[in-house]
Design a protein around this ligand. Sequence first.
Ligand SMILES: Nc1nc2c(ncn2[C@@H]2O[C@H](COP(=O)(O)OP(=O)(O)OP(=O)(O)O)[C@@H](O)[C@H]2O)c(=O)[nH]1
Ligand SMILES: [Mg+2]
Length: 260
Amino acid sequence: MTAGTPGDDPDLRPSARTLVIIPTYNERDNLGIIVERLHAALPNVHVLVVDDGSPDGTGQLADELADADPNGRIHVMHRTAKNGLGAAYIAGFGWGLDRDYSVLVEMDADGSHAPEQLHRLLDQIDAGYDLVLGSRYVAGGSVVNWPKRREWLSRGGNVYARLALGVPLRDITGGYRAYRRTVLEKLDLDAVESHGYCFQVDLAWRTIRSGFNVREVPITFTERERGESKMSGNIVREALWKVTQWGWHQRIDKLRRKKA
Ligand SMILES: Nc1nc2c(ncn2[C@@H]2O[C@H](COP(=O)(O)OP(=O)(O)OP(=O)(O)O)[C@@H](O)[C@H]2O)c(=O)[nH]1
Ligand SMILES: [Mg+2]
């Protein structure tokens, strides 16, 4: 594209209409900091906090942040029950798709995903990619403050998913990502039942199978400093079980197609 064409106009890029969705459960000590960092880095993005009735009052804090923002960039969705990160994102995507956002971003509230690096993801959406994954495991990516055991669990899970599904991605379980709206419009989101890490693998896998272009960019992932993790053994078991099933279904489908 040559200089001076509409493609150079920042207002016409997809990222000019970005919604960052932040699911929260008991993140009172983190939410204000993350939203402030986000708007310091990228003043024009909108935020949707999807709170599952946090007992610690995170939802109320989100309302206060929304009321205090003179630019109307902060929105809040209150849900009544803790239904997991996947369900919260699906609800948030629906909210964003009902409005005219072009890019929908997933970001944790706990500071693990640096808002200062969001431009890396958005730049690649503007360059034409449909889904951009913030990746800990490509060159330039890293993990800060994770116990070795946790890092190896995550790395091992990613190697397993890559081999089982046959996709060339290094960090398919990560939760810092940017979707072009057309991807989410096309995927059958109502059919997604996965929770936790599995939700992230599920969506990336559906995106690839639908023929969209996926790209990874390096990020620095920092373990949460405040609040409690919602990670559990069940989340790991769900991911392992489902990825194995998807991998086998794919192999069986391929064999059937070869025979037919
Ligand atoms: N709305 C909603 N948000 C959730 C739920 N479970 C987790 N979250 C949020 O999802 C994000 C990621 O959750 P974390 O507890 O940080 O999970 P994690 O990053 O896998 O675990 P750690 O690395 O130990 O922090 C955070 O913003 C949580 O508050 C849920 O059931 N509902
Ligand atoms: Mg976390």
